[in-house]
Design a protein around this ligand. Structure first.
Ligand SMILES: [Zn+2]
Ligand SMILES: [Zn+2]
Ligand SMILES: [Zn+2]
Length: 955
């Protein structure tokens, strides 16, 4: 018989882990206790060696759904001091034990302090107010069986005697769940929000069930967590569920052994849980409706073509039906999403399959706990939605309902357009006050709005806090917002009385297929990492030297906090140039640091001196003193950090080739980078021989070995949007190097409708070096080709033109074959320039490729093809362009790997979301015998870059 302290690390809170262990302990007659400790779980167990082995196996491998166990640490406790077991205990522990044996009372104290034992006075205090709710439940349960023997003091504490259960055993022989404690376990694991599980879904839709159509349904395996957590550990009283007192039925479910809702921190029902609120204008409406009437009204309104703002988990969503143009167009205008396809929520996978091709991996991803929006290839016959929804995209961003409310709505209405509840570029709205301003100003029933709208704003504001039940609902109260706007954007709002503490947007993912001869496989790529994934950490092999903050970039801004071996990426915040994004992000930095117990001493950011994110981090650094010295931010190169994000995820060591194809990022020289092929020498790689080799020692750890040959382009933020201007830069470069004839230039300008005069001005600026930059950026090359093939003329949202180009190429690919290698549709090649000296790198000559494409575009024009023929010819060129990029990349990778003895290759950066490009490069390199790694846990775009910035601390 021994006594053990077991620490379970991982995602173990808010998933019913303690009841899961308590049940096992009861079945196996184990005695001891379990509790939340910080973000971990701690057990104290008395049993023999075989049992402890079984228990640990159970903890490690049978973790309840929604959770994940990373580590189970077992420490023998020095209770049985002098038996054979003790001999095995380390010398240090024995010293402590001996010291304690010498002082009996100290030993007890020591045990109490650590929570291995509870003080006798606490053991028999079922009515003690200081105990938390959980403990009360446990105590209530034991109370049913026990008989008390002994005398009580004035306060009712039993001062002596024993407590017996129904079997006459001492109460302490039982396995008990005890009060949570603070515990600095190092890396902390907070639970993510989990989508409604299948069982709760059945309960929700079962008219016989007590929770039929209860929108906030949850169990110990599903429901919101991180978004409603105030502090650790994850307990009801530490969340925004605290104000909702359980009704007797829920209290019974909460403590009943075998109940799916045992210890569900979010437990509730229509009696006792959060309440819905329905509004159609900016006045606190006097309409009295039952909860279900509000649901019915919402369904009716949506079906009638109205736009609703629906508060669910993580924030508001705007929803409308995809079969009417008017609401979709209105929503599009408000969201400033001119041509971005909208995502669609479907009631179930079966319906998604009517509209899209869904592979097994994609189905798994759709149904996963995080329930992201998944980009799926659209079936050609799926034309039931109005064109305004998808804007001609070949993909549908499809998703399944995340919570009970979404389940009810999509079940009753059918497919719904769903988009985050915010104005384009702003953070997602989480509170009613910010949303209500977009409702109609006029109460349709009562006519005009009261004139005294400025009379008492503060009162009016408190009226929308809704928490205050004392508001006289008969009285019409104006609930205007200081940021008054004049638009009636949404038609109604369905909100609720549970607060959201962390705004979380929907996560977006896709599945890429690698058709490699080595292994055909599907890989999940996260495009936006939000609800369901945040704040799950990326676990490293080694510890960070200090708590660290990484600022990310200004676009798709997300930051990271690091402690010991865990790096936590924040949710995605949009563009930092928006001041409200900046505020929300600042708040989140504070909340996350607090929740995760991270106190940054190191600060990392991007090389770009103009990034607001890095400036902010630098300010934070300067306010942090170490040995009296204020810190400064460490700046790291953008594309190298993309590569390091893959390294961090996969724990890669040794020699590695990193391919980072991306949008713009500050280079180490004066140019803009974005097509980087790095030869990397990571830690743990240098053998003793290598270390003595001076050439190795002086070599940088990350060596730029290949990139596009830079082209002079017009600068400014507008150039990323106006892809025709970008193209003009390329045309000008071709002209200057006499790669194209003057006739070709004239013809291309004519075909694309580019004014000769405008082109002349751009040329003059480029010649005179006014507002220009040198670009070796893959994103810009894709933009230019998209413009040249007349597929798009503007980027209204990030990635718009590359997506159009990929769509066109995919059409040709699907039509002509299954493997890239076998298809040949046009003669296009990207010339590779070999390095001549030590200083030089491999260069891909993008201008030559553009020049060839220009000739082909003119050829198509000259042939006078029909519309369909022309489209097909353009698709073929798009495909061959992809192939040219793939071939030149593979050529350089193979050369550099051969030169530097590299076998592992990381593919990353925003351009790797292009599935044709990724598949082409990855499968070709695998055919040559290389091993490929891509981002799986964090986005390969800028949303994941803070992971790489931070990982730089370790190389
Ligand atoms: Zn559930
Ligand atoms: Zn209830
Ligand atoms: Zn980037």
């Amino acid at each position: 018989m021994g006594a053990y302290e077991i620490t379970v690390l991982g995602l173990v809170q808010g998933i019913g882990f303690r009841p899961f262990v308590a049940e096992y302990a009861e079945q196996h007659g184990l005695t001891g206790s379990i509790k939340n400790a910080g973000g971990a779980i701690k057990l104290y167990v008395e049993c023999d060696e075989v049992e402890i082995g079984n228990l640990c196996y159970h903890l490690r491998y049978n973790c309840p759904e929604g959770g994940r166990v990373d580590n189970v640490i077992v420490k023998p406790v020095e209770e049985v001091l002098y038996d054979e077991e003790t001999a095995k205990i380390s010398k240090e522990l024995r010293e402590v034990a001996e010291k304690m044996a010498a002082a009996e009372s100290y030993e007890d104290e020591y045990m109490y302090d650590r929570g291995w034992l509870e003080p006798p006075s606490k053991r028999v205090k079922p009515h003690d107010e200081t105990k938390d709710e959980e403990e009360k439940k446990a105590a209530d349960k034991t109370e049913e069986f026990k008989t008390e023997v002994g005398a009580s003091d004035d306060e009712g504490n039993v001062t002596e005697g024993v407590v017996l259960d129904e079997f006459g055993r001492e109460l302490d022989d039982r396995f008990r769940i005890i009060k949570s404690e603070d515990y600095d376990e190092g890396a902390r694991y907070l639970p993510t929000d989990i989508a409604t599980c299948d069982k709760c879904r059945s309960d929700l839709l079962d008219p016989e069930n007590r929770r039929f159509r209860y929108p906030f349904i949850s169990c110990s395996k599903c429901g919101p967590r991180y978004s409603i957590m105030k502090t650790v550990p994850y307990d009801r009283e530490n969340s925004t569920m605290a104000p909702f007192n359980m009704c007797p039925d829920c209290a019974r479910d909460y403590k009943e052994p075998g109940s799916r809702r045992r210890f569900d921190q979010n437990i509730g029902c229509s009696e006792c849980g959060p309440k819905l609120r329905y509004y159609e204008n900016r006045l606190v409406d006097e309409v009295q409706m039952t909860q279900d009437e509000m649901l019915v009204k919402t369904v009716e309104s949506l079906k009638a073509g109205k736009i609703g703002a629906i508060k669910d988990i993580g924030g508001f969503h705007f929803m409308c039906i995809p079969t009417m143009s008017e609401p979709v167009t209105r929503l599009r205008a408000f969201k400033d999403a001119v041509s971005r396809p909208f995502a669609i929520m479907f009631p179930d996978v079966e319906m998604i399959k009517k509209y899209c091709y869904v592979s097994d991996t994609e189905e798994e991803l759709l149904r996963s706990n995080a329930r992201p929006i998944v980009l799926l290839s659209r079936k050609p016959e799926s034309a039931e939605f109005v064109p305004e929804v998808l804007k001609g995209s070949g993909y549908i961003g499809a998703t399944l309902p995340f919570d009970g409310l979404q389940t009810i709505l999509s079940n009753d209405v059918g497919p719904l357009v769903i988009t985050s509840g915010n104005r384009g570029g702003e953070p997602i709205i989480t509170n009613d006050m910010d949303m209500i301003q977009f409702l109609p100003r006029i109460d349709s029933a009562d006519g005009a709005l009261g004139e005294d709208r400025d009379s008492d704003t503060s009162d009016a504001l408190s009226a929308v806090a809704f928490a205050d039940e004392t508001i006289d609902k008969k009285e019409t109260t104006y609930v205007g917002h200081p940021k008054e706007i004049d638009e009636d954007i949404i038609d109604f709002m369905l909100t609720n009385t549970r607060d959201i503490l962390a705004p979380l947007e929907d996560s977006v993912a896709q599945v890429a297929r690698i058709h490699s001869p080595v292994s055909k496989r599907s890989l999940i790529q996260l495009i936006r990492r939000g609800r369901g994934y945040v704040p799950e950490p990326v676990i490293l092999e080694n510890d960070l030297p200090k708590d660290t903050f990484a600022a990310g970039t200004d676009f798709q801004s997300s930051f990271a906090l690091g402690k010991k071996n865990a790096i936590y990426l924040s949710e995605f915040y949009g563009n930092m140039t928006n001041s409200s994004v900046k505020d929300v992000r600042e708040k989140a930095i504070g909340r996350m640091s607090e929740l995760l117990g991270v106190k940054p001493k190191r600060f990392v950011g991007d090389l770009n001196p103009n990034y607001q994110s890095s400036k902010d981090a630098d300010n934070k650094a300067m306010g942090t003193y170490i040995d009296g010295i204020p810190q400064r931010i460490v700046r790291r190169q953008h594309h190298a950090c993309h590569v390091l994000s893959v390294v961090a995820e996969h724990g890669l060591t040794g020699r590695l080739l990193g391919v980072s194809y991306d949008g713009t990022g500050y280079g180490m020289d004066e140019t803009i980078w974005g097509s980087e092929i790095f030869s990397c020498m990571l830690n743990d790689t240098l053998s003793e021989n290598d270390k003595s080799d001076s050439t190795v020692e002086t070599r940088p750890k990350i060596l730029r070995s290949g990139a596009l040959l830079p082209v002079k382009l017009m600068g400014g933020d507008s150039s990323a949007r106006d892809i025709k201007t970008t193209l003009c830069g390329y045309i000008r470069a071709c002209e200057e190097r006499q790669l194209v004839s003057p006739r070709t230039v004239d013809m291309v300008l004519k075909i694309l409708g580019i004014d000769r005069g405008d082109y002349g001005i751009i040329s003059a600026c480029l010649r005179a070096d006014i507002g220009i930059y040198y670009s070796a950026c893959m994103g810009r090359l894709f933009d230019a080709v998209t413009a040249l093939l007349s597929l798009k003329s503007r980027n209204t949202f990030g990635g718009e033109s590359p997506i159009a180009l990929e769509d066109a190429a995919m059409r040709a690919f699907r039509k002509h074959g299954v493997t890239l290698k076998d298809i040949h549709l046009a003669d296009l090649r990207m010339k590779v320039i070999e390095p001549k000296g030590e200083e030089e790198i491999y260069r891909m000559d993008q201008s030559v490729l553009i020049a060839d494409l220009m000739e082909k575009v003119v050829e198509i024009y000259d042939k006078n093809l029909s519309e369909a023929e022309r489209e097909e010819a353009v698709d073929n060129l798009a495909f061959e362009f992809h192939k040219a990029v793939i071939d030149s990349t593979v050529y350089i990778c193979d050369k550099v790997c051969g030169r530097d003895y590299i076998q592992h290759i990381a593919l990353t950066g925003g351009s790797m979301y292009n599935r044709l490009l990724l598949d082409g490069i990855a499968s070709s390199l695998e055919r040559l015998g290389y091993r490929i790694f891509i981002n799986n846990k964090v986005p390969g775009g800028d949303g994941g870059i803070s992971l790489g910035q931070m990982y730089g601390e370790l190389i």
